[in-house]
Ligand binder design. Structure first.
Ligand code: HT7
Ligand code: ZN
Length: 883
């Protein structure tokens, strides 16, 4: 497939000032009439008038009132060129499209009989011919016409300026968006929908209308999304001084959606998963997800919409920044120090498990990529999560107020513009007076840097030295890396566990502080601390101040000390994870060698003391007691053995339960929280620790713990508790009779929730990720009447669940997992290339597995690569994997 390059950017030959669109909506054939007023961009090297179009029937093309003959333009693939166009152009275009046949869920498509659009990144070109690129910003007026009975609700971006009857059973609505926007933010929705609405008063006193639109029958599930929207509006005013600029803000939920949600101006479209919630159907994790995604899309209104991206290579400009903002929003809403740390740990876990893995594989790319074949493949954890870490590093380097000054300058300079990542960096540098030249490498270099730590202590001179050495492995297309600008937040602990006052050469202005942010800019740098009265234990990279891997040789005693005393909660958690990880690696090797498995007392006692430490927030304890995932353990090996990792991890869980059974039972009982469900942080924390205890308890086969889970399953008054019990039961490794009881619960769950699509997704996911599920079970589940490949949520729950989150079963020695994977990627490629390409990524890291598995994976990749009519999306992923 053909790549496009960032270096080839050329400004558009024509700007568009206004866009007027008329839609005659019909599910089979929708007619779209578009009128564009355009003017030449004299600064561009591009002289032709260039438009993009895909899957369109072109009915009419008129320029300045004259029909354009076929000889007046060329069409090559998706690109139309009109040479010799005048400087001022009014272009009238008529196209016909077929929404019901559009299974790609990009452009205008049908979902449960309603019309939905998705235009990011390049979906608008499936609606009409247009300069469909983010740097072309225009004002839109949209007229929607449709059958009144079938499509009573007609929505588009901006303000409703007119509506009425057309007489023939049809009606219309005219919408005008007062702000200029790129085409990827265009949206329309039409169909049978109902809404919860509220008038909301902004801090300026202005009143705005907030609406959450859902399909009939779901109005009992919109309150949390509405609350989250109001919290988001208030937070952006408080934290960044940013006000909602529209009089009306709408959220629409659809069950057919490729991603989580979309920030279309004033008309956000959401996957139902991130809108619908009530205690019966949604878990605590769902409630938190809704809050953060509603926040994320709302925050895009400024970071993405008012200031947008010049080109798609700059995607992280809006996505990294907006993820940082939504992370801060969720942390601020909890408010407590521990609450913030819990959120940080959860975010870092995702980064390390998914992004670090991406950065080490064939799809590794910089936060600002230099090339791509298909932009849809670049909505990645690197662009989003690593991009957010890059923004967070500015925050760490400049401080709270310094960062805010940078944001203010960014908006003052670029409101209404389409800009680059470099413009954001310049705003941060210019507002603070800091030289951030070297910081640019975080945008241009892929890969996760390693920072090696060496220490030396001179007791007589009371000098302690920390030498940090950074390196970064080669990534595709980037053999050599230059040093990054790395903020390393740190402290030194004395033998009593207290932070020592820090006197570091070069940081005299902060003499005596207990926390410093060291700036590592060279390949190797030594930081010299004086007045260090005793040998300290260093606490480095506090709060995970940079997206790097810290190579440091701690003893078990050091880690126990940090675990017990570090004033930085992130590093307390980190110390526990290091203790666990060390054992899990050792035990995995023991499994491979057929050696006896043993878990030491130090570790068991460490876990016991965390479990019983009531001074610690239960949600923090839950995180501390959760072992590194199988995927994280895999990262510790150059050759991965998924079954051995699984066996080792299960052994540790079972052994901990064997020793801590009484403590776990006591904890379980302490945090039983009968009564009305509430999604507040304190209640969620209690549920999380209680349910973690339950999951441990069921690792030790015993009728009484089974009964505990069965009772919780039967009596739970909320989905969090019910699903936790069902998950524990499904993974329960008991006798035939006990397994039957668990299977009965699974059946009962289906029966009770079969009308709730989002719960049935959980039911599929739970089975896809169960220890006992193999390829045969997956094939049987695919035959279930509730399964379909065409709905992304359903496909993700069963197929992605198995291929990405059940490693010991997916990587079965006979290669059956890979054969199924190839068949499904090929099947999905025909239906929905974006979803197919995401699944195609499950074999990215095939070179990390033993020879015999590599062979089978390579064959499966080859099979996909050779498939007929392969989309650009899938072709890019598999060709990079095979390169
Ligand atoms: N900005 C949105 C991206 C998105 C998207 C991209 C490609 C294909 C489908 C999509 N749906 C949404 C989501 C966000 O980051 O807020
Ligand atoms: Zn986003």
């Amino acid at each position: 497939p053909q790549a496009i390059y960032r270096k080839d950017y050329v400004a558009p030959g024509y700007w568009v000032d206004t866009v007027e669109m008329g839609f005659d909506l019909d599910l089979d054939h929708t007619h779209v009439a578009t009128r564009l007023t355009m003017r030449r961009n004299y600064d561009s090297a591009e002289k032709d008038l260039v438009l993009f179009g895909a899957s369109l029937k072109l009915l009419q093309l008129r320029m300045n009132g004259v029909n354009l003959k076929k000889s007046a333009y060329t069409i090559d693939g998706e690109i139309m060129r009109i040479p010799n166009a005048p400087d001022q152009v009014v272009l009238e275009i008529e196209t016909r499209i077929q929404p019901v046949k559009n299974t790609s869920l990009s452009g205008l498509y049908a979902s449960n009989g309603n019309f939905i659009t998705q235009c990011e990144a390049e979906g608008f070109r499936k609606i009409t011919w247009f300069p469909d690129r983010p740097d072309v910003m225009a004002k839109y007026t949209v007229m929607l016409r449709a059958d009144k009975k079938k499509f009573p609700v007609l929505l588009a971006n901006g303000n409703l300026i007119e509506e009425g009857d057309l007489g023939d059973g049809r009606h219309f609505a005219k919408w005008e968006d007062p702000f200029k926007k790129p085409s990827y933010l265009f949206a329309l929705v039409a169909g049978k929908l109902v809404c919860q609405e509220e008038k909301y008063r902004l801090q300026s006193g202005r009143k705005v209308l907030l609406q959450v639109w859902v399909e009939d029958g779901n109005l009992d599930k919109t309150q949390h999304a509405m609350d989250s929207l109001k919290n988001s509006i208030r937070w952006d005013e408080d934290r960044f001084g940013l006000e909602l600029d529209l009089d009306r803000f709408m959220i629409v939920a659809t069950s057919d959606f490729n991603m989580g949600a979309m920030e279309n101006k004033g008309l956000n479209i959401f996957n139902t998963k991130y809108v619908l919630a009530n205690p019966r159907i949604a878990t605590d994790v769902d409630y938190a997800g809704i809050e953060s995604v509603v926040g994320h899309e709302y925050f895009h209104n400024w970071t993405g919409n008012r200031v947008t991206c010049r080109d798609w290579f700059q995607l992280s400009l809006k996505e990294g920044l907006t993820v940082f903002r939504d992370q801060e929003f969720s942390a601020d809403l909890v408010g407590t120090v521990t609450g913030r740390a819990v959120k940080r740990i959860e975010d870092v876990r995702v980064l390390r498990q998914v992004q670090f893995s991406e950065d080490a594989g064939p799809m590794a790319h910089p936060v600002r990529p230099d090339s791509f074949v298909e932009i849809n493949n670049f909505y990645t954890v690197t662009i989003y999560e690593k991009g957010a870490e890059v923004v967070r590093m500015y925050y760490t380097l400049l401080g709270h107020d310094g960062f805010r000054k940078g944001m203010d300058l960014y908006f003052a300079r670029h409101d209404g513009q389409a800009v680059e990542c470099d413009d954001f960096r310049a705003a941060m540098a210019d507002s603070s007076g800091r030289d951030l030249t070297q910081f640019e490498r975080w945008y241009s270099q892929a890969g996760t840097p390693h920072v090696k730590v060496q220490t030396a202590y001179d007791a007589a001179a009371q000098i302690y030295e920390i030498t940090l050495t950074q390196s970064c492995a080669a990534t595709p297309g980037q053999a050599e890396k230059l040093p990054f600008h790395i903020p390393v937040a740190m402290g030194l602990l004395d033998s009593a566990g207290h932070d020592m006052p820090l006197y570091c050469d070069g940081y005299e202005n902060q003499a005596g502080a207990s926390n410093l942010v060291l700036e590592l800019t060279d390949a190797t740098q030594t930081f010299r601390f004086s007045q260090v009265g005793s040998l300290p234990v260093p606490s480095l990279l506090r709060n995970f101040s940079a997206p790097v891997i810290l190579d440091i040789e701690y003893s078990d005693d050091d880690l126990s000390h940090l675990l017990a005393h570090d004033s930085d909660p992130f590093n307390r958690w980190e110390a526990g994870q290091r203790l666990a990880s060390r054992r899990l690696v050792r035990l995995t090797k023991a499994v491979q060698q057929g050696e006896k498995l043993e878990l030491d007392q130090l570790f068991i006692e460490a876990w016991r003391s965390i479990l019983n430490d009531e001074s610690l927030d239960p949600s923090f304890r839950e995180l501390m007691l959760t072992l590194p995932s199988e995927a994280m353990i895999a990262e510790e090996f150059s050759v991965v053995d998924p079954q051995a990792i699984h066996t080792a991890r299960q052994f540790v869980r079972a052994t901990l339960t064997q020793h801590l059974r009484a403590d776990l039972l006591r904890t379980y009982e302490t945090y039983l929280t009968p009564g009305k469900y509430s999604p507040d942080a304190a209640s969620m924390a209690k549920r999380s620790l209680k349910n973690l205890s339950l999951s441990y308890l069921l690792e030790w086969v015993d009728d009484s713990t089974l009964a505990l889970a069965l009772t919780q399953f039967d009596e739970a008054e909320n989905m969090t508790d019910r699903l936790a019990a069902l998950t524990a039961l499904t993974n329960f490794n008991g006798s035939g009779k006990q397994i039957k009881q668990a299977a009965k619960a699974l059946k009962k769950f289906y029966k009770e929730f079969k009308q709730e699509a989002l719960v049935i997704d959980k039911w599929f996911m739970l089975q896809a990720t169960a220890h006992t599920t193999d390829v045969k079970t997956i094939c049987e589940l695919m035959e279930h009447p509730a399964f379909t490949l065409t709905n992304p949520n359903r496909a993700r729950s069963l197929i992605f669940g198995f291929c990405n989150a059940n490693p010991s079963r997916f990587h079965a020695a006979d290669g059956s997992g890979y054969i199924l994977w190839a068949e499904l990627v090929i099947a999905l490629n025909k239906i929905n290339p974006q979803v197919a390409a995401r699944l195609a990524r499950s074999l990215d890291r095939w070179k990390k597995y033993p020879e015999h598995l590599q062979k089978k994976m390579k064959a499966a990749l080859g099979k996909v690569a050779a498939a007929k009519n392969l989309s650009k999306d899938v072709a890019e992923v598999v060709s990079k994997a095979l390169a």
